[in-house]
Design a binder for this molecule. Structure first.
Ligand SMILES: CCCC/C=C/CC(=O)SCCNC(=O)CCNC(=O)[C@H](O)C(C)(C)COP(=O)(O)OP(=O)(O)OC[C@H]1O[C@@H](n2cnc3c(N)ncnc32)[C@H](O)[C@@H]1OP(=O)(O)O
Length: 294
């Protein structure tokens, strides 16, 4: 019961009851190891920590666990802000779990993409102020998680021999990001940088990501989480209704569009992934990832 223990400890330190925050555990038994949720009883900031070793790849279960955690935090009216973080040193999230795309079962593939779309609805459209604490690599769908937040704080690359990277690298793998993710990129970094990034499948080092507006701030590794939590406190103090209405000015049309085309998007994804050519690419990419290790 790591989740429950973590939540209770933080809440007890912050004298949660005086803050009116509930002490219940935030994840059911199925999810408990994939995602850890804690609430700081002093500040009311919730932190959802992805905890799926080795790289926080987004399997069906991981997507569901993230959604469950967001919904449970959102159900607490006292909570206004959320930090999304990783427990793994060096990796925020490695994107979709590629094994989900390899020789897939049709039903599971449908559920998998549905659950990935659901994260977009829940995180990009969250009533909460959301801060990404990106203390490691964030390629592809890992970048999507960060893009879905309101503010992105990344580990600095200064002095690092192997800096973390962030971006939409799908094209390099021979696959294409879904249109809603492409538009998230365009809306964040602008048409030209997004065109370049998407066409070339670029993964940006932190300083470059900052320069093009893909992230908002760089800090040393040991400060990423605390800085994100401090930023979440600031955002949590903005009048919530006005903050949410402002967020929706920029995001509602995109969210509505995917809601209206969700099934077609899923059908397109499945037909793309199950195509023989795509399967060869996915097979080769999986092999290259494990060869890299050996
Ligand atoms: C219409 C179609 C739409 C398709 C949309 C796709 C969006 C996506 O998200 S596609 C996924 C894109 N992700 C990537 O390209 C990232 C791949 N991973 C990496 O580049 C690296 O793993 C890393 C930089 C994130 C971390 O490097 P590190 O050296 O720390 O770890 P590794 O030794 O590379 O990996 C450890 C372990 O994890 C496995 N793995 C890595 N990434 C994935 C993944 N995305 N899915 C499944 N498994 C992954 C890797 O094979 C290693 O496994 P073994 O220990 O068994 O060899």
């Amino acid at each position: 019961m790591l989740v429950a223990t973590l939540s209770k400890r933080l809440l007890r330190v912050g004298q949660a009851k005086r803050c009116g925050l509930s002490l219940r555990s935030f994840s059911d038994a199925k999810d408990k190891d994939l995602v850890l949720t804690s609430i700081d009883g002093d500040t009311g900031v919730a932190t959802i920590t992805m905890n799926q070793a080795p790289v926080n790849s987004l399997s069906l279960e991981m997507c569901q666990a993230i959604t469950t955690a967001i919904k449970e935090v959102e159900s607490q009216p006292e909570i206004q802000s959320l930090v999304l973080a990783s427990s793994l040193p060096g990796v925020f999230c490695a994107g979709l779990d590629i094994t989900e795309l390899h020789k897939p079962d049709e039903k599971r593939l449908t559920d998998f993409w549905h659950s990935f779309q659901q994260i977009y609805f829940d995180l990009y459209g969250s009533r909460l102020a959301t801060i990404a604490a990106i203390a490691g690599h964030a390629p592809a769908a890992g970048c999507m998680l960060a893009l879905s937040c309101d503010y992105r704080i990344m580990v600095s690359g200064a002095g690092s021999k192997k800096p973390s990277t962030i971006g939409l690298n799908e094209t390099k793998l021979g696959i294409v990001a879904p249109s809603w993710l492409g538009y998230q990129y365009i809306d964040t970094i602008g048409q030209r940088q997004a065109e370049l990034g998407l066409s070339l499948g670029l993964l940006h080092q932190p300083e470059q990501a900052l320069a093009i507006g893909l992230v908002d701030e760089l800090v040393p590794r040991e400060e990423v989480l605390s800085r994100a939590q401090a930023e979440a406190v600031k955002w949590g103090k903005i009048p919530a209704k006005a903050r949410l209405a402002s967020k929706m000015l920029a995001r509602k049309a995109r969210l509505d569009h995917l809601a209206a085309t969700r099934k077609e998007d899923n059908d397109f994804f499945r037909s793309f992934v199950t195509n023989e050519t795509a399967q060869k690419i996915i097979d080769g990419y999986l092999q290259s990832l494990s060869k890299k290790k050996s």
